[in-house]
Design a protein around this ligand. Structure first.
Ligand code: ADP
Ligand code: MG
Length: 697
C-alpha cells in the first residue's frame, strides 16, 4: 500500500451551502419560542403544555403577539389551525388573517389574540364523523397541540391542532394518537417503577417514517382519468420493462428528479422536517425519503406536511406524485414503514439491550410486553393498516402479510425461548459482530441480528419497524393501534406485579404465553400461514373483515380502559372506515365503467371493425375479436354489480365492495389489459404504463 504523509495542520472547510443556510428558519420550535418571549411567559406556556390548563389571558395574549410578530417577519399575513379529520392523509385548514378591528376607532389593526392562537371553532358535521355529529348539532373545535411546533408554509402560520366535537369526542387522527401516547406513558412508567427505576418521569414514543412515492409527468397523469379520480391505474398492462432487472433500486436519480427532491428537501428543512435520507426505490419512477425520528405526534404532522410539499412542488415542476399503495399493477407499490420506539425523559431507549443487568432486564421486559401486544392484539395492528389501497399490497410479494407477527432476529429469538424454558432473563447481546471485508476497507461493525424484510414488525436493534403501513395512510391511526396494544400489555403485566407477583416471573410467563407470535421465517412463504394457524393468530384477510374487530368485546374494553376511545367514538370510527372503504371502491368501479364504456370499448370495437374490413384473418385477429366480446360482457357484469351497491349500511356496502365489486373489476380489467397489447397503439386513449413510468426521467 502506498503511504501518504499526514498533512501538517488539518484544514477545515467552513462554507455552508445555501441549501443548509435556512434550516429551521420557518419552524417555531421550543428553542425559537424561548428566545422570543419573556421567561415568565415561556414558563406559563410550559405549564399549560404539561397540565392542559389554559394560560392566563394576559400571558396568552403576550405569547400570541410574539408568535404573530415572528410569523410576520417570515412574510405571513395570517394563520390557520392545521388539523387532520378522519379522511385520507390531507390536513384541514381554515385560513384566517391577522386583521382585526379596533372598535373604539373603527380602524383595521393587525392582531392575534391568545384565544385565537390556542383554538378555533367550525362545523364538525361536514367532516367524516361516523354519526358523532348531526347536521343540526355540529360544533367542533381545533385546539393547538402544543407538542407540535407551529410552522410557516407560504404566507401562512400553521398551528398543528387536535380536532374534537363540541361533545369532546375525537373527530381526527391526532387525538387518539395523543391519548394512546399517554396510555403508553402511564403504563410504561408503572413497569419502570417495578423494575426499580425511580428517576424517569416520562415514557415517550418516537417515530421515524419512510415515505415511498412515484413521480410521473403531470401531462400524462392528467391524461389518465383513473389516476386523477382514484390515485391508481384501474387498467394497464405491465410495462415492457418493469423491475425485472433490479436496476432502479438505489440507482442514480435522473437530473430532473434530483432537482425536484433537492428543492423539496430544502423546503422541508426550513420547516424543521429533518429529511435525512432519499433514494430510488424498487419500481421504475419510485422513490423514498425519510427524516430523523421525533416524537410521534410531530412525526405524524411532518409526514403529512412532507407529502403536501412533495405534491405542491410536483405541480410547480410539471410532475405528479402518487402515494397510493398500488398505483400500478405488476410492480411494487408504496409503503410507509414506521420506525417506532420508546424512550424515557432520562435518555434511555427501552428497546436497546443494556450495559448492565438493570438495563438488560428492562429491555427484555419491554420486548415481552410488545410480543404480548402483537399476539393478543394483532387484530388492532391489522386494523391500523387496513385501507382499500393497502389491501392491494399486504400479502403480495412486496409487502408484509396481513398476519401480524414479531421478528426479533435469530439470537434474540433463541434468548426469548430460553427465558420461556426457565433460563436467565438477562445476558442477551453481549457480543459484537464485525465483518471483515479486506484492507483497505475497515472491518464493518454489524448489527447482531440480520434484517427480515418480509416481517411486518421486525426489531432493528433500537426500535421496531412497523412495515405494513400504507404509503397513502395518515400514520396517526396505525401508531395509535401499536401504542394501544403496547399499553394494554404493559398494564396486564403491571397489574400482576401490583398484585405481588414476582417481576421476573411475570416477564417469563409473558414470554412463554406469547411465543406464538414470534416468527423468524419468511413472511412471504406458506410456512407463515401454518404458523399463524397453529398459534391461533389473527388472519384478517381484508379491511372490512379487520374493521369488524374494532368493536369486539376485547377491544371495547381495551380502548375504554386506556382512555383511547369511548364506546361511541370507536363505533363512529368503525363506521367512518367502513364507509371510506366502500366509497373508494364505489368511485373506482364508477371510474372503471366510465373508462371502459366511453374510451376503451369504442376504440377496441373500431379496431375490430378495421380488422374485419381488412379482409385478413389470423389467430391473433380472431383472439382480439373474442376479447372485445369478452370485454363487452364483463362491462355489462360490472355495470350490473355497480347498480347493486347497497347504500344504507356501511358494513354491508363494504363487504359488497370487497366480495362483488372487486371481482367484477378484476375480470373486466383482465380482458382490457390483454386488449391493450393487441389494439392499434395510435388509437389507445391514454398513456400506457411504459409511457407513464419511463418518459419523464
Ligand atoms: P431502512 O434502511 O429500513 O429503509 P431508513 O434509514 O430509511 O431505514 O429509516 C430508518 C428510520 O428509523 C429513520 O427515520 C430513523 O430516524 C428512524 N429511527 C432510528 N432510530 C430510532 C428510534 N430509536 N426510534 C424511532 N425511530 C428511529
Ligand atoms: Mg426503506
Amino acid at each position: 500500500m502506498p503511504s501518504r504523509d499526514a498533512p501538517e495542520a488539518p484544514e477545515r472547510a467552513t462554507v455552508l451551502p445555501a441549501a443548509l443556510a435556512n434550516i429551521n428558519s420557518k419552524v417555531l420550535d421550543d428553542r425559537a419560542l424561548r428566545k422570543l418571549v419573556d421567561p415568565d411567559i415561556y414558563n406559563a406556556f410550559e405549564q399549560c403544555r404539561a397540565s392542559g390548563r389554559p394560560m392566563d389571558k394576559k400571558d396568552a395574549n403576550a405569547l400570541a403577539t410574539s408568535v404573530r410578530e415572528w410569523a410576520q417577519s417570515k412574510g405571513c399575513i395570517g394563520y390557520s389551525h392545521w388539523f387532520s379529520p378522519m379522511r385520507g392523509p390531507i390536513h384541514g385548514e381554515k385560513l384566517e388573517t391577522f386583521m382585526a378591528v379596533d372598535f373604539e376607532t373603527d380602524e383595521l389593526i393587525v392582531n392575534l389574540t391568545g384565544a385565537e392562537l390556542f383554538q378555533t371553532e367550525t362545523d364538525g358535521s361536514s367532516f367524516p364523523n361516523g354519526g358523532l355529529r348531526a347536521t343540526h348539532e355540529a360544533a367542533a373545535y381545533m385546539g393547538w397541540d402544543t407538542g407540535s411546533s407551529p410552522f410557516v408554509y407560504g404566507q401562512t402560520l400553521y398551528i398543528p391542532s387536535a380536532f374534537v366535537s363540541w361533545t369532546g369526542e375525537a373527530l381526527d387522527q391526532k387525538t387518539p394518537l395523543l391519548r394512546s401516547g399517554f396510555a403508553v406513558n402511564e403504563q410504561g412508567l408503572r413497569l419502570l417503577r417495578h423494575l426499580g427505576d425511580k428517576e424517569s418521569k416520562q415514557v415517550v414514543c418516537n417515530v421515524g417514517w419512510e415515505q415511498e412515492f412515484f413521480l410521473i409527468d403531470r401531462e400524462k397523469y392528467l391524461a389518465r382519468p383513473d389516476l386523477v379520480a382514484t390515485g391508481r391505474t384501474l387498467l394497464g398492462q405491465t410495462p415492457l420493462c418493469g423491475q425485472e432487472q433490479s436496476v432502479d433500486y438505489f440507482s442514480k436519480m435522473s437530473p430532473r428528479v434530483r432537482r425536484y427532491l433537492d428543492q423539496a428537501r430544502e423546503q422541508m428543512w426550513e420547516m424543521g422536517i429533518s429529511i435525512d435520507c432519499a433514494h430510488n426505490e424498487v419500481a421504475p419512477a419510485q422513490h423514498e425519503i425519510s427524516p430523523i425520528f421525533c416524537l410521534a405526534n410531530r412525526a405524524a404532522d411532518t409526514n403529512i406536511l412532507a407529502m403536501e410539499v412533495l405534491q405542491d412542488l410536483a405541480f410547480d415542476q410539471g410532475l405528479a406524485v402518487l402515494f397510493h399503495e398500488k398505483p400500478f399493477a405488476g410492480i411494487n407499490g408504496n409503503g410507509k414503514h414506521n420506525n417506532w420506539g420508546l424512550n424515557t425523559d432520562t435518555g434511555a431507549n427501552l428497546f436497546v439491550p443494556g450495559d448492565n443487568e438493570h438495563e438488560d432486564r428492562r429491555f427484555i421486559a419491554f420486548v415481552a410486553a410488545l410480543l404480548r401486544g402483537v399476539n393478543k392484539h394483532g387484530d388492532l395492528l391489522r386494523c391500523g393498516v387496513s385501507t382499500a389501497g393497502n389491501d392491494h399490497r399486504l400479502g403480495a410479494q412486496e409487502a408484509p402479510p396481513a398476519i401480524i407477527t414479531l421478528y426479533l432476529g435469530k439470537l434474540l429469538e433463541k434468548h426469548m425461548k430460553k427465558i420461556a424454558a426457565g433460563g436467565e432473563i438477562t445476558g442477551y447481546g453481549k457480543e459484537e459482530k464485525f465483518i471483515e471485508v479486506t484492507p483497505p476497507v475497515a472491518d464493518i461493525k454489524a448489527n447482531l441480528e440480520d434484517r427480515n424484510r418480509t416481517a411486518p414488525f421486525p426489531w432493528c436493534g433500537n426500535r421496531f419497524e412497523f412495515r405494513a403501513v400504507g404509503g397513502n395512510q395518515h400514520i396517526a391511526f396505525p401508531l395509535a393501534m401499536v401504542n394501544a396494544a403496547m399499553a394494554e400489555s404493559l398494564k396486564h403485566m403491571c397489574d400482576q406485579m401490583d398484585a405481588g407477583k414476582d417481576v421476573d416471573e411475570v416477564i417469563r410467563e409473558t414470554v412463554q404465553e406469547n411465543l406464538g407470535a414470534l416468527f423468524g421465517g419468511d413472511g412471504y412463504s406458506s410456512e407463515l400461514y401454518e404458523f399463524a394457524e397453529k398459534g391461533g393468530l389473527f388472519h384478517l384477510k381484508s379491511s372490512p373483515e379487520a374493521y369488524q374487530e374494532l368493536t369486539s368485546e376485547k377491544n371495547l374494553k381495551l380502548f375504554t380502559e386506556l382512555g383511547i376511545f369511548t364506546d361511541r367514538e370507536i363505533h363512529a370510527r368503525q363506521n367512518v372506515l367502513l364507509e371510506a372503504f366502500a366509497t373508494e371502491l364505489w368511485i373506482e368501479a364508477r371510474t372503471l365503467l366510465d373508462i371502459l364504456q366511453t374510451r376503451i370499448l369504442p376504440v377496441a370495437m373500431e379496431d375490430a371493425r378495421r380488422d374485419d374490413q381488412s379482409g385478413f384473418s389470423s389467430k391473433l385477429l380472431s383472439e382480439k375479436k373474442d376479447l372485445v366480446q369478452q370485454l363487452l360482457s364483463e362491462t355489462d357484469k360490472l355495470s350490473e354489480a355497480f347498480l347493486g351497491f347497497p347504500e344504507e349500511d356501511p358494513a354491508q356496502s363494504a363487504s359488497y365492495a370487497q366480495e362483488t365489486i372487486k371481482a367484477a373489476m378484476d375480470s373486466a380489467r383482465a380482458a382490457a389489459d390483454k386488449l391493450e397489447g393487441l389494439v392499434d397503439r395510435r388509437l389507445w386513449p391514454f398513456p400506457t404504463y411504459s409511457e407513464l413510468l419511463h418518459e419523464h426521467q
